[in-house]
Design a protein around this ligand. Structure first.
Ligand code: 2AM
Length: 484
């Protein structure tokens, strides 16, 4: 019998199962396989009952069911499970076959695996898949990178199952070579951390500063979701605030204030440190989760220190509007920083990233999907060489429109003792970025004073380095210049 399956999916956790059902809905024949083989039969007897999905009980059986070139997608835990499956698959596949990793793998791992699998004559794709369970089932955002020759064979499946924007464009396109897809997915997750933290700071200000109830805040988020902040995360926040526990009280108030994390935010910050890119807002978002997790220490500290009374005087609606603008301006900064990171990575790894295309992939299906990303797409469509989102005429105008509210919110929060690390770091970044002159002249003097690290001068051409014997005691020898 001719093999008839279009693709195999290994890994029957919720994301894998939902992707299989989504592929099935779009007319593809999928073979399902899992390390714990009993899950294959369970899946066929339950969720996949009545579908075209085939089950395999071994890798050779799975491979025998696939059309050529064979497409095998891993939806397993990131890390060693991916390497183990690659090793198990290689003896059963042939040159030209394609291994796809759809998990949240670290981009450096994907770079290594692409080179390794290509060295065996096969093709490799590492792809971000975002949208959670619901996205995987109804249309995720898919961000594939790896071996370019693999893309034409995977494109029809991925673009069929991906989310679509209003004009029908799929939220999936080729990102770039080796680790580019996973790098873009990682950056997406970092931005997601930032978006969530910004919403939490707005909530904190409304709750403690304005003394609002969850129902009142529900109304505010419902209103915000009709304007420039229209997005999935604002929408779910609206719904969370209205959700009642069994006793009729708001559930959100009963949830312990300690945040978890799985590491993609941290990876984004590590990458930014390695590349010297200030993604300050994402970094604050990661650290805010860390502070939240120090619950026991916070409880003790709260008994030692009191702060100002948090209640904010003045017209409530006016301040709510100020918070909305502060959130919006901070969000513009966060995406500006995220795109700076993408640009630096493209340069470092020689990826030809399509920045407007990335905004389109994030426009629908994924957790950060929003109307705002449509505006980012427009900005890069108008000017693909745009170096900073802030310099796009639309975003420039928006930042200017929001600036005074943004300052008012940050200043008020500081006076009232309400922590707003993401709002305030965004504002500090903006003020630094728009400064022709920063105090780093003094910093360079300090470095030269204690370490003879040399400095450049404002009255001499760039690239000439000077050393001063600041104390009269040191020598005239400078340390060789280096950058960190
Ligand atoms: P399992 O059902 O056999 O545990 C999410 O955890 C998915 O990744 C599941 O399909 C799980 O398979 C798989 N998985 C996790 N760790 C694995 C490993 N070390 N090797 C193979 N599959 C693994």
């Amino acid at each position: 019998m001719e093999p008839k399956a279009d693709i195999a999916v290994i890994g029957l956790a919720v994301m894998g199962q939902n992707l299989i059902l989504n592929m099935n809905d779009h007319g593809f024949t999928v073979v399902a396989y899992n390390r714990t083989v009993s899950k294959v039969d369970e899946f066929l007897a339950n969720e996949a009952k009545g579908t075209r999905v085939l089950g395999a009980h071994s890798i050779p059986e799975m491979v025998s069911l696939l059309k050529r070139p064979r497409r095998v997608m891993l939806m397993v835990k990131a890390g060693k499970a991916v390497d183990e499956f690659i090793e198990q698959l290689l003896p059963h596949l042939e040159p030209g076959d394609i291994i796809i990793d759809g998990g949240n793998s670290l981009y450096q791992d994907t770079m290594r695996r692409t080179a390794y699998v290509e060295s065996k004559g096969l093709l490799y794709i590492g792809t971000g898949v975002s949208g959670g369970e619901e996205g995987a089932r109804r249309g995720p955002s898919i961000m594939p990178g790896g071996s370019p020759a693999a893309w034409p064979h995977v494109k029809p499946i991925f673009q069929a199952i991906a989310a679509k924007v209003a004009d029908g464009s799929p939220c999936c396109d080729w990102v770039g070579e080796n680790g580019a897809g996973h790098f873009v997915k990682m950056t997406h997750n970092g931005i997601e951390y930032g978006d969530m933290q910004l919403i939490c700071e707005a909530y904190h200000l409304m709750k403690d500063g304005l003394g609002m109830t969850p129902d009142e805040m529900h109304q505010v988020f419902a209103e915000w979701n009709k304007g420039e902040l229209d997005s999935y995360l604002i929408e779910i926040t609206r719904d969370i605030l209205a959700f009642k526990d069994d006793d009729g009280a708001p559930l959100v108030d009963k949830i312990l204030d300690t945040a978890g994390q799985k590491g993609t935010g941290k990876w984004t910050v590590i990458a930014s440190q390695e590349m010297g890119i200030p993604i300050t807002l994402i970094a604050e978002a990661v650290y805010s989760r860390c502070i939240s997790a120090m619950k026991d220490e916070r409880v003790i500290a709260s008994q030692h220190f009191s702060g100002p009374k948090p209640r904010i005087a003045g017209d409530r609606q006016t301040f709510i509007n100020d918070i909305r603008k502060a959130l919006y301006a901070s969000k513009i900064i966060s995406y500006t920083q995220g795109y700076m990171l993408l640009r630096a990575a493209a340069q470092e790894y020689k990826w030809n990233l399509n920045y407007g295309g990335i905004a389109l992939m994030w426009r629908g299906g994924c957790i950060i999907r929003s109307v705002f990303l449509g505006k980012i797409k427009e900005a890069f469509d108008k000017n693909p060489q745009l170096t900073s989102l802030l310099l796009d005429p639309f975003f420039k105008k928006e930042i200017k429109r929001c600036a005074s509210s943004w300052r008012k919110v940050v200043a008020t929060a500081v006076r009232k003792g309400i922590p707003v690390p993401a709002f305030s770091t965004a504002l500090a970044f903006f003020d630094a970025f728009r400064s022709e002159r920063l105090p780093a002249n003094l910093l360079q003097a300090q470095r030269d004073y204690f370490g003879a690290h040399t400095y450049e001068r404002v009255d001499k051409p760039r690239g000439q380095f000077f050393h001063t014997n600041w104390t009269g005691r040191g020598g005239t020898t400078s340390a060789s210049t280096y950058t960190v």
